[in-house]
Write a protein that binds this ligand. Structure first.
Ligand SMILES: O=C(O)CCC(=O)C(=O)O
Ligand SMILES: [Fe+2]
Length: 315
């Protein structure tokens, strides 16, 4: 039976950094999911981003397909989205998406952003670029609080280069609701954990997101993550789970198909490909030795990013 979860709510503007760090640590250990409020982003801007996203997904399919994502992992992916291990009879997840990354950095294997024509959507590019920059700043603040929560210097992840030229993405998601025939028995997004450092998720109030706190429990228990007005949902990704030697949890989550259309916007902070991911000393001991060898972020991402491209039917 699924139920509503009362996830921890963290106030990013609290002057008491120690207490904020403690709450973040507890949330990352207990759930790997929490809300942040007072992150500095106006609700009206969230509404603008969701409105622009809706305008894009409302364009005719041939217009959207002009921006189809290629090997660069940027642009449009049409509905339905296939998963890596989908058997042929499975028809894929019921969402369409759009990926945007940094306009400044061009890591060799990744190209430039794709944008819908200005004549069609005049404020689109500016809105999305601004959202990307704002999310980048919030993710950095959050990661510095996470570092504090681990007994490290607040700039620890900056100093080891993890945030120098980070690979990060805004992913607009549209779940079509009952306008799409054939949702029956399918999921909006199949069960997965995010592979990066942290994800910041903006939701529009339509239900659908669920988490499974114990993936080994049988049967699995899926709990609803309700929308909280003005808040962003944060989740720890596999990369940070690895850094913290599994102290922080990268929790399984999924999205149900819904009657109503649903829009969400995820921001994935995946770290700088040049940095090393190595279990933190403060998370290891004689009794709890490192569970993972050190790995360069680029090598770690390789498998995941190509898996992601595979998901989009590109390989
Ligand atoms: O749309 C949502 O609520 C979650 C999407 C998600 O989990 C993802 O894009 O990784
Ligand atoms: Fe996710």
């Amino acid at each position: 039976m699924a139920g509503d979860l009362a996830l921890p709510l963290i106030d990013l503007a609290s002057p008491d950094l120690d207490s904020t760090a403690k709450s973040i640590r507890k949330a990352c250990v207990d759930y790997g999911f929490f809300y942040i409020v007072n992150h500095g982003i106006e609700e009206s801007f969230f509404q603008q981003v969701l409105k622009e996203s809706k305008k894009f997904f409302s364009l005719p399919l041939d217009e959207k397909m002009k921006l189809k994502t290629r090997k660069d992992n940027r642009g449009f992916n049409p509905l339905p989205s296939l998963t890596l291990d989908s058997p042929p009879e499975v028809q894929g997840d019921v969402y369409e998406g759009f990926f945007i990354s940094s306009s400044k950095i061009s890591h060799s294997q990744f190209n430039a952003n794709k944008w819908p024509p200005e004549e069609l959507l005049p404020f689109w590019k500016a809105t999305m670029e601004s959202y990307y920059e704002k999310m980048l700043a919030v993710s950095k603040k959050l990661i510095s609080l996470m570092a504090l929560s681990l007994g490290l210097d607040d700039l620890f992840f900056e100093k080891i280069g993890a945030l120098h030229e980070p690979l990060a993405y805004v992913r607009l998601l549209h779940y079509p609701g009952k306008t799409f025939e054939g949702s029956c028995g399918r999921l909006g997004v199949s069960a997965h954990s995010d592979f990066g450092m942290v994800t910041l998720l903006l939701t529009d109030g339509v239900r659908g997101l669920q988490i499974c706190r114990d993936k080994d429990r049988s049967p699995q228990l899926w709990e609803d993550v309700p929308h909280v007005h003005g808040a962003l949902v944060v989740n720890v990704g596999d990369m940070l789970e690895r850094w913290t030697n599994c102290l922080f949890r990268s929790t399984l989550h999924r999205v149900l198909t819904t009657e109503q259309e649903r829009y969400s916007v995820a921001f994935f902070q995946d770290g700088d490909p040049a940095c090393m991911i190595e279990c933190l000393e403060s998370c290891c001991s004689k009794e709890n030795p490192p569970r993972f060898p050190a790995i360069q972020c680029a090598d770690y991402l390789q498998g995941h990013i190509s898996a992601e491209l595979y998901n989009l039917g590109l390989n």
